[in-house]
Design a protein around this ligand. Structure first.
Ligand code: ZN
Length: 309
């Protein structure tokens, strides 16, 4: 078991996609805060498309992060902590509710346990394991509908626990068609209290956000928290890494919705779109994969930004 400390990533997830259409276009790239990557699917309704508010990182910032990680790993290559490749990550769950009862976001302990089980199944191949350490419940109307900004700062400053290696999850009813968002590991040092993942409460297993109610919004957002980008980041522009800094996730032009088997939106680049990858926008039932390259990236990010921090 190794623990690593990774940078935190914030990813908001989008809400549900009902249909199975192929979508094109992810538009917004902004690294200033939670941003919605929207889409222009015909007939798209914000209430039924996956939408993650974790901001994309631009090319210059991606390079700066990769350089920082490379420098850190080179300097610590002989340290045991320098090669964290898995381990137990403590989880602190903060239920933000508008009153009692599941309809007010007051999810049950069983739902939280089921979500942790889903996370551990998703990350089993990576060597990382999540263990729930504590759950707290706060009734606060402002935090309940928070989708970023002052309410987010207040909520996190009041509730965050643990070190850089601890995963803090806040569940609420953020609205705006969002499923969640996360902070990246590289932002921990400058904003430690903001580190963590915010989830739409109804995205938990058994929730009402079908087809995003099997718990993989958490998988996706935690992927950002572990240092991963969207598989569609950068579109078809950068062939070597597919735009997400990972060589074995084929590039795709835009987010995929539903479960469009055989989709291939970058004709000049080898490989069909990685529609089963947890870092795409497909339905929960469609996504089941982290690539080897993503696992390696998670390890290096955790080592550099979270382990022992
Ligand atoms: Zn995302």
């Amino acid at each position: 078991m190794r623990l690593a400390s990774r940078a935190s990533i914030l990813l908001p997830l989008g809400l549900l996609a009902l249909g199975a259409c192929v979508m094109e276009d992810q538009d917004t790239i902004d690294d200033s805060g939670p941003v919605v990557e929207g889409d222009q699917r015909p007939g798209w309704s914000e209430s039924n498309n996956r939408l993650c508010a974790t901001p994309d990182v631009d090319v210059a910032e991606m390079q700066a992060i990769d350089d920082e990680v490379g420098t850190y790993l080179a300097a610590h290559k002989n340290d045991t902590v320098a090669n964290a490749t898995g381990g137990i990550i403590p989880v602190y769950w903060h239920v933000i509710r508008n009153g009692t009862g599941v309809a007010n976001g007051d999810i049950t302990d069983q739902q939280i346990a089921n979500q942790i089980t889903v996370l551990n199944a998703a990350y089993a191949s990576t060597g990382w394991e999540f263990q729930l350490r504590a759950t707290d419940r706060t009734t606060n109307a402002s935090w309940y509908t928070c989708s970023g900004g002052t309410c987010e700062s207040q909520m996190k400053n009041a509730l965050r626990q643990g070190t850089a290696s601890a995963l803090n999850i806040y569940s609420n009813n953020m609205g705006g068609g969002l499923l969640g968002w996360a902070t990246f590991p590289s932002s921990y040092a400058s904003s430690p209290k903001m580190d963590g993942v915010v989830l739409l409460y109804s995205s938990l297993p058994g929730g009402t956000a079908a087809p995003y109610n099997l718990g993989d919004t958490a998988t996706h957002e935690v992927g950002h928290w572990m240092g991963l980008y969207h598989t569609f980041q950068g579109g078809c522009a950068r062939q070597a890494t597919g735009g997400d800094g990972v060589a074995d996730t084929p590039a795709e032009k835009s987010p995929a919705y539903g479960c469009p088997v055989g989709r291939n939106t970058c004709a000049n680049i080898a490989g069909n779109d990685p529609i089963t990858n947890f870092m795409d926008y497909t339905d929960d039932s469609c996504m089941n994969t982290f690539s080897v390259g993503q696992d390696t990236r998670m390890d290096s990010m955790f080592t550099t930004y979270r382990f022992g921090k």
